[in-house]
Design a protein around this ligand. Structure first.
Ligand code: OAD
Ligand code: ZN
Length: 231
């Protein structure tokens, strides 16, 4: 019974029609990171930031999970050992694809967060700057997204899972953002077999023992079939 830990990034949702961040025409070519993905940017211009995530939320609601999301859900349902998806993505395509154990280490578009009291609630499709927190009433609602300079969620539990992993797979992530880019090293220390799924080798590609190159909808689905047929 092997424990499988999977890290996903924007590449797994690309074939569903969502932009990745670092492609030539990706989100970080269209928007300045400092403006839309930092606490300082939010303090300067909350409207710009809220609208950026409103647009992401709207787009995510208009697309469907693809074969890679669905294959991971099948893996979780049919593999005898544990299967956990740690995602850097803020869309809900893993959940809509059927996965149940999903950790959103960079937050989620579906969630709103009160900057005053840390209360969380389901975000409306369109948030407005200065929305009131339903718990404390403070007009400090923000998208529940982990911005640069903030600590990703559930890191203690994630490192525990990595320490017990037998297989670590990274899917559609460029390896530019830490701590996620360091998970492969941690999993290797724990003795896990490490596999990278990407269109090309990522910036931490040399850390992986195995590479599967190509669109995730194909490579991940084929891998899941293999793992399940091995039993
Ligand atoms: P990136 O945009 O940096 O990388 C996406 C990766 O997916 C690239 O390595 C692509 O080669 C690969 N890719 C694209 N299409 C693919 C496909 N069909 N099949 C397989 N691979 C494909 O996105 P992330 O690595 O997720 O953080 O970015 C990490 C974090 O940086 C994000 O969570 C976000 C961003 O700034 C925050 O906003 C906090
Ligand atoms: Zn509050």
């Amino acid at each position: 019974m092997s424990n499988i830990v999977i890290l996903t990034g924007a590449g797994i949702s690309a074939e569903s029609g969502l932009d990745t961040f670092r492609a030539e025409d990706g989100l970080w070519a269209q928007h300045r990171v400092e403006d839309v993905a930092t606490p300082e940017g939010f303090a300067r211009d909350p409207g710009l930031v809220v609208n950026f995530y409103n647009a992401r939320r709207q787009q995510a609601s208009e697309v469907e999970p693809n074969a890679a999301h669905k294959a991971l859900a099948q893996l979780e349902a049919e593999h005898e050992g544990s299967v956990v998806v740690i995602t850097q993505n803020v869309d809900d395509l893993h959940e809509r694809g059927g996965s149940r154990k999903v950790m959103h280490m960079h937050g989620a578009l579906k969630s709103a967060l009160c900057a005053a009291c840390e209360h969380r609630w389901p975000a409306p499709m369109v948030m407005a700057p200065g929305d009131a927190c339903p718990s404390c009433g403070s007009p400090q609602a923000r998208p529940d997204i982990v911005w640069f300079g903030e600590m990703p969620y559930e890191m203690d539990l994630i490192f525990e899972l990595l320490g017990e992993a037998d297989i670590f797979a990274a899917i559609g992530t460029s390896g530019n953002v830490y701590p996620a880019a360091g998970f492969v090293a941690e999993a290797r220390r724990a003795g896990a077999h490490t596999i990278e799924f990407n269109l090309e080798r990522s910036s931490v590609g040399n850390m992986f023992e195995e590479h599967r190159t190509g669109p995730a909808s194909q490579t991940v689905a084929a891998w899941v079939d293999e793992v399940l047929s091995r039993g």
